[in-house]
Design a protein around this ligand. Structure first.
Ligand code: UD1
Length: 373
């Protein structure tokens, strides 16, 4: 049997390695095909992840590129459907990860051709439908047959949405598998020395959510807060292309570059970023993946979101939701510096073996479709 495994955007590339290895180890009757939709295409956003994480070259590249929400999702749906119709051997299932437009586009194309969908990182809900990712999550889960969840809230949400208990499996967090296996390689690169930073004496800041960067006033407030915080701790700021475009348009990029305590950089490679986050005093971010990585690394995380689809990072982990409240943000950075910030613990099954559990579930699912009981 062939399972087509879809990646498109940066966080997908990180998650796919353990999944492919897990399937190889635990599902010997399953062959995989790696499909890259081309949602992300710059070297820094895509190829550098393939190189560093040892991902195989994609079997198929759909080259969809950037676009409006509907336009990009439609292009992904259309090009994946064409590939499914034209390929030599039709896959028996499509496996998608996360919540990006590539996830929902390929899930829709697949299910419309009666090819079942397996969703890794299913069930996460922010309950905020202004986020494109929330729509992607809800739709993908509604049409997926096997739902592999990373934290217990995923199961609860899916049960409430009427999914059957048998279709849901708690496998843990594949992104943390990668973190655990790559930490030594990341540390060996020694990005701190290259950037003139000292362990535990700097902040790492990332943001790219439309709700934070598309509104000029909001972005200005964050840049002001960053300048203020950088007086307390140097700030490393790897800048996503969406954010960079907006900063340049608003004339804020020059302000950042002129501030010696802010190190604004191009997007970093996986190893460089992990090397930096693992030794940071605090992480300030709107990224779902970084919230989880901060929890696994036990590093304080100030999350620039009003809500999170990953509640375990707040309930058990090191994250606090700050939303748009820059006053609270500065106060919490003070708390971190004075070591008054809450402690966290690493969630169960974020243990480096989630990919193997995914592989085992894929094997059982494929076997059950061959021999329905
Ligand atoms: C996407 C995901 C988001 C994820 C993020 C990680 C959706 C709806 N959003 O957001 O969940 O957290 O990826 O990065 O799928 N661009 C480049 N080079 C690239 C890719 C993008 O310059 O390689 C620029 C383009 O101007 C593009 C913009 O970034 O229009 C946004 O890219 P897009 O893929 O639409 O969404 P992200 O903001 O990256």
């Amino acid at each position: 049997d062939i399972v087509a495994c879809v990646v498109g955007a940066r966080p997908n590339f990180v998650k796919m390695g353990p999944i492919l290895r897990g399937i190889e180890a635990c599902a010997p009757n399953v062959q995989t095909r790696l499909i890259h939709t081309g949602q992300h295409y710059d070297d820094a956003m895509s190829d550098s992840f393939f190189r560093q994480l040892g991902l195989p070259q994609p079997d198929v590249h759909l080259s969809v590129g950037s676009g409006r929400q509907g336009e990009q999702t439609a292009k992904i749906l259309d090009s994946y459907e064409r590939w499914l119709l034209d390929c030599e051997q039709t896959p028996a299932a499509t496996l998608v990860v996360g919540d990006v437009n590539s996830t929902v586009g390929c899930a829709l194309a697949s299910t419309k051709l009666q090819i079942p969908v397996i969703h890794v990182e299913a069930g996460l809900r922010s309950f905020d439908r202004t986020m494109p990712e929330e729509i992607n999550r809800v739709v993908t889960d509604a049409i997926s047959e096997l739902l592999l969840v990373s934290e217990p809230s995923g199961r609860e949400n899916l049960l409430k949405e009427g999914k059957s208990d048998e279709s849901i499996r708690l496998c843990g967090n594949v992104m943390i598998d990668v973190l655990r296996s790559q930490l030594d390689a990341a540390t060996a690169l020694d990005p701190l020395r290259k950037m003139g930073l000292t362990k535990n004496q700097y902040a790492v800041w990332t943001m790219h959510r439309p709700s934070n960067v598309d509104d000029p006033e909001q972005l200005r407030r964050f840049v002001d807060a960053m300048t203020q915080i950088s007086q307390l701790l140097p700030v490393v700021f790897p800048v996503h292309p969406r954010t960079r475009n907006q900063l340049e348009t608003l004339g804020l990029w020059q302000t950042l570059e002129a501030t010696s305590t802010i190190l604004a950089t191009d997007p970093l490679s996986y190893h460089e970023l992990l090397g930096l986050t693992s030794k940071a005093k605090v992480i300030i971010t709107d990224s779902g993946g970084l919230q989880e990585e901060a929890t696994a690394l036990e590093i304080p995380c100030l999350t620039l979101r009003e809500n999170t689809e990953r509640p375990i990072t707040v309930d058990e982990g090191t994250s606090v939701l700050v939303g748009h409240d820059v006053g609270l943000l500065v106060k919490l950075v003070d708390d971190v510096i004075e070591n008054k910030f809450k402690q966290g613990k690493c969630p169960q099954l974020w243990d480096g073996s989630a990919g193997r559990r995914v592989g085992a579930e894929v094997a059982t699912f494929m076997a059950s479709r061959k021999n329905p009981s």
